[in-house]
Ligand binder design. Structure first.
Ligand code: ATP
Ligand code: MG
Length: 400
């Protein structure tokens, strides 16, 4: 059975004069992503993008699943109807509906049929089609009853110019805006739970992602780095390809440990991270930094600490998790598929030299006095000069 995907897009229909540009961005992105799965034709019309296997191809069930999953990970699409295409003949529509919908109708108790007839030349009216097809389905599935108010399954028939499409329930998809429609941001990606969620949330709003991971080898392990690479692949499934910068903080941390008051250690390190991230961001065309901080979660995330951290950055810092509880962040992490990787037990560079009594109400003056004891500019230059860059290809996200 040739499966066709009807993809509804949401917010971008409100974009007025810019709508066409958003639509082509979404179609381009979808086309590129699906080209990694198989050959598909993408057509656009009436707030719906139709994805059809190209030519007379009849993809395997496995390929169809992969195409569906790819569409479900593409921001800008709010709902997807998996549909079977049938010739525009009522008998053919009924036969297709009976066989294609077996998965959905076989175990349902109630259903209704809704028909949309865009092609007015089709000889039956919408209500007629719904009623007659309903009758056919009732005699094919004895488990079913009609419930027009609250059915388990809504069968949809969409009669268009090129074919009739038959589908069961509309599935909620990723929502958001097409990636790339709102610039590019640099995600500070640690191995924790919060930062992949933060990256996903910004990608959902159309922000293309690059990422930076700070390590402190040999205090942090190669496994910690592998874990972050896996997380980047998991995020890339949603956001598209990511350039991942890997920057060593080993010398910076050892220098801080030698020279500065331990109580300020985490904050000093965070200011280093932000300064380095901002330079990398500016050099790669990113307009903002993105972190996974959440208000009050740890000493470095009090209002005063965040102000001191922000004091060294000129570009906007987006913290989409700021108002979320840990439980809420975890539930997003589970939904997007990063949680199981995030909880693998590898050390983070911030946890290597953790102060016993971190400052929760730091002042800029005190932090600056500590920074005067080290050569920040030289240290940053050396760290950036030694960075490694890995391209996480969109396609790599299929391997995990
Ligand atoms: P996460 O769960 O994302 O690791 P966290 O609760 O552990 O966050 P912190 O360690 O204070 O919090 O880090 C706050 C934010 O700073 C992280 O969400 C991330 O954006 C960034 N960050 C922390 N450590 C690193 C690192 N080693 N590399 C890159 N970014 C980091
Ligand atoms: Mg962390």
């Amino acid at each position: 059975m040739r499966e066709v995907f009807l993809c509804k897009y949401g917010e971008i229909v409100l974009k007025g004069a810019n709508r066409a540009a958003f639509e082509s961005l979404l179609c381009r992105e979808l086309k590129y992503r699906l080209s990694q799965v198989g050959k598909y034709r993408i057509t656009r019309g009436q707030s719906v993008i139709t994805v059809t296997p190209s030519g007379d191809r009849d993809p395997s069930a496995e390929e169809s699943e992969a195409a569906y999953s790819t569409i479900m990970h593409t921001f800008g699409i709010i709902a997807v109807c998996r549909s079977a295409a049938a010739p525009k003949d009522f008998r053919a529509i009924c036969d297709t509906a009976v066989s294609y919908l077996e998965g959905a109708l076989g175990k349902a108790k109630t259903f209704k049929v809704e028909t949309k007839r865009a092609d007015k030349r089709f000889p039956m009216r919408s209500n007629e089609i719904s009623a007659e097809l309903g009758g056919v389905l009732l005699s094919a599935y004895h488990n079913l009853k009609v419930d027009v108010h609250n059915p388990d399954v809504t069968v949809r028939v969409d009669i268009r110019d090129e074919a009739a499409y038959i589908s069961a329930n509309l599935e909620h998809a990723a929502g958001g805006m097409p990636v790339g429609s709102n610039g590019k941001g640099l995600l500070l990606l640690s191995g924790g739970i919060d930062s992949p969620v933060a990256g996903w949330m910004m990608a959902k709003r159309g922000v293309k992602l690059d990422a930076v991971y700070f390590e402190a080898f040999p205090y942090t392990s190669i496994q910690a780095r592998e874990k972050v690479i896996t997380l980047a692949k998991e995020v890339a499934r949603w956001s598209g390809s990511i350039w991942l910068h890997i920057v060593s903080l080993t010398e910076i941390e050892e220098d801080l440990a030698r020279s500065c008051n331990e109580d300020y250690f985490t904050l000093l390190l965070r200011r280093y991270m932000m300064r380095i991230a901002e330079k990398l961001a500016a050099d790669s065309g990113c307009g903002a930094l993105i972190t996974g901080e959440s208000m009050g979660q740890v000493a470095s995330q009090t209002m005063e600490s965040l102000a001191v951290t922000d004091g060294v950055v000129g570009m906007p810092v987006f913290r989409p998790c700021i108002g979320m509880d840990k439980e809420e962040i975890i539930s997003v992490a589970r939904k997007i598929g990063t949680f199981d990787t995030s909880i693998l037990p590898f050390e983070d560079c911030c946890t290597v030299f953790t102060p016993k009594h971190p400052k929760t109400r730091p002042t800029s003056e005190a932090v600056e006095a500590e920074e005067a004891k080290v050569d920040i500019e030289a240290n940053i230059k050396a760290a950036i000069a030694a960075e490694e860059i890995i391209k996480i290809n969109y396609k790599d996200s299929f391997d995990i």
